[in-house]
Write a protein that binds this ligand. Structure first.
Ligand code: 13P
Length: 248
């Protein structure tokens, strides 16, 4: 089977005071948690160097939350994949719905960011997901297909890419799709990935994200074709993040 990944996304949360939670997450994975589960915490760029240092003695890895497509240049305020790599990242999230909605990251930009991640030696976590209006219109599977067509470069492999299915309406709301809806979406994503990339995509991880909590993790992460979780709010508290990882 596919080794599951439990990944955190701290978003625009955390200062150096938050590094203690990260220490506790690292320690939790040192002692007792199933070695079959891989763990990653994506943190604000300001914390990445310290986070990578703290986690270096643990099985947990540190990641970035976004990157610029270019390696360097006159892009004030931006951060390249190479810079994230240099600061200690192993992965970077690209195309999170908050960036798609707030920062103009469309499929073409997400596609370029995924390629930038690989150029720097990072694993790209490419996020997709439908809005509430799209779900209500019955367009969910079409939206997922369109986003995969546009956002996933043809050289994506199970080693360099992870897909995160995050229904926009489930992010930060406490709402989640039913297990049956998650199963349908993930099976659709799997089929589309195999159509796009070939049989090797059968091994590509597809994470579920959106209001994952300790109380729903067992149900959501037990769904077929769910190979882990992308956890926002609950990744800020070590106890919650560890409890979610224990769902495996
Ligand atoms: P929440 O877990 O806070 O709903 O956020 C999910 C998410 O956006 C992870 O990338």
């Amino acid at each position: 089977g596919i080794r599951p990944l439990v990944a955190g996304n701290w978003k625009m949360n955390g200062t150096s005071a938050s590094l203690n939670e990260l220490r506790m997450i690292g320690n939790g994975f040192m002692s007792g948690l199933d070695a079959e589960t891989e763990a990653l915490v994506c943190v604000p760029a300001t914390l990445l160097h310290q986070a990578a240092e703290i986690l270096s003695r643990t099985p947990v890895r540190a990641g970035g939350e976004d990157c610029h497509p270019k390696e360097s240049g006159a892009y004030t305020g931006e951060i390249s994949a190479e810079m994230l790599k240099d600061a200690g990242a192993s992965h970077v999230i690209v195309g999170h719905s908050e960036r798609r909605e707030q920062c103009g990251d469309n499929d073409a930009i997400v596609n370029a960011k995924a390629s930038a991640a690989w150029r720097a030696g990072l694993v790209a976590i490419i996020c997709i997901g439908e809005t509430r209006a799209e779900r209500e219109a019955g367009a969910t599977l079409d939206v997922l297909s369109r986003q995969l067509d546009g956002s996933v470069p043809p050289s994506a492999t199970a080693a360099n890419t992870i897909i995160a299915y995050e229904p926009v309406w489930a992010i930060g709301t406490g709402l989640t799709p039913t297990a049956a809806d998650v199963a349908e979406a993930h099976a659709h994503i799997r089929g589309k990935l195999i159509a796009l990339l070939g049989d090797a995509a059968a091994k590509m991880r597809i994470l579920y994200g959106g209001s994952v909590k300790p109380s729903n993790a067992v149900e959501l992460l037990g769904v077929e074709n769910v190979d882990g979780a992308l956890v926002g709010g609950a990744s800020l508290k070590a106890a919650d993040f560890l409890a979610i990882a224990e769902a495996y």
